[in-house]
Design a protein around this ligand. Structure first.
Ligand code: ATP
Ligand code: MG
Length: 256
């Protein structure tokens, strides 16, 4: 049965999508079967793996609103062992459209759970909010991976995120746990970065990944080519870091 990991932090621009795309592709390169789920209307994970949002038959909007199954929404990417449930812009309206439904927090779970034994990992790229769409991801996943940008106010908002996780744990998903906290856009030359790292380690003792993602221009270029970093700049530091993260996570999940 595949492990399901939500990439979540309601703060915008902290590296959620970059991590979702490159962790998925990294695990795929290691020979793991991976499903990436894009539940952000911006659809950056979808275009980041070279899938044209306008050309897909179904999207996660149809999963949330029209009751389309996960199976009928899956699209193969051109990258090793990597499939995706693509997103589309109309997903922005989904939250309102499902607001009055019964079991509205488990729509994604009910649609995706049948795919679970087809994959080793299912990675969900969450939008920058703690609304119903993100709550759907939290109800479905085993763990959450929290990217944190090494910047001023890095910890801002994390208490709300942790409160939401606790609420979901109490009501819907008692097994949810933290996979780890990932420091992104790290620049070791800055004193500020060091301070942030210390602060994050105090806030999340023993939860911070050993792998740290450096700031790397190539990581910000790759999405415009619809390509994960391992296929764009294989030997570069961004690629090496995300391969390391993939290994760190896979090793942990094997209990080695
Ligand atoms: N390690 C990195 N080095 C350099 N640029 C990065 C790095 N990680 C992410 N970026 C860039 O920073 C911007 C924000 O990253 P990303 O889209 O992954 O964040 P996000 O948390 O998904 O944002 P949103 O909250 O809008 O969904 C993007 O332009 C991305 O290319
Ligand atoms: Mg994003």
């Amino acid at each position: 049965m595949g492990k399901i990991i939500s990439i979540a932090n309601q703060k915008g621009g902290v590296g959620k999508t970059t991590t979702a795309v490159n962790l998925s592709a990294g695990l795929g390169k290691m020979g793991k079967k991976v499903l990436l789920i894009d539940i952000d209307p911006q659809g950056n994970a979808t275009s980041g793996v070279g899938v044209d949002k306008r050309a897909v038959k179904h999207s996660t909007y149809d999963v949330f609103v029209e009751g389309v199954s996960g199976k009928d929404t899956v699209v193969k990417t051109q990258f090793q062992n990597l499939d995706i449930l693509p997103s589309s812009l109309d997903l922005a309206a989904a939250e309102l459209e499902i607001a009055d439904r019964q079991h509205r927090e488990s729509i994604l779970k009910n649609a995706v759970i049948e795919l679970r034994d087809k994959y080793d990992y299912i990675i969900i790229d969450c939008p920058p909010s703690l609304g119903l769409i993100t709550v759907n991801a939290l109800c479905l996943c085993d763990t959450i991976l929290v990217p944190i940008q090494c910047e001023y106010y890095a910890l801002e908002g994390l208490s709300q995120l942790m409160n939401t996780v606790r609420r979901v744990k109490r009501s819907y998903n008692e097994h949810i746990d933290i996979e780890g906290v990932l420091l992104t856009m790290y620049d070791g030359r800055l004193n500020l970065t060091q301070q942030v790292v210390e602060e994050v380690k105090r806030f999340f003792p023993r939860k911070v990944f050993n792998t740290v993602i450096p700031r790397a221009v190539r990581l910000s270029e790759a999405p415009s080519f619809g390509t994960p970093i391992m296929y764009y700049d294989r030997a570069g530091k961004g690629s090496v870091a995300y391969m390391e993260l993939s290994k760190e996570i896979d090793k942990k999940n094997k209990g080695v």
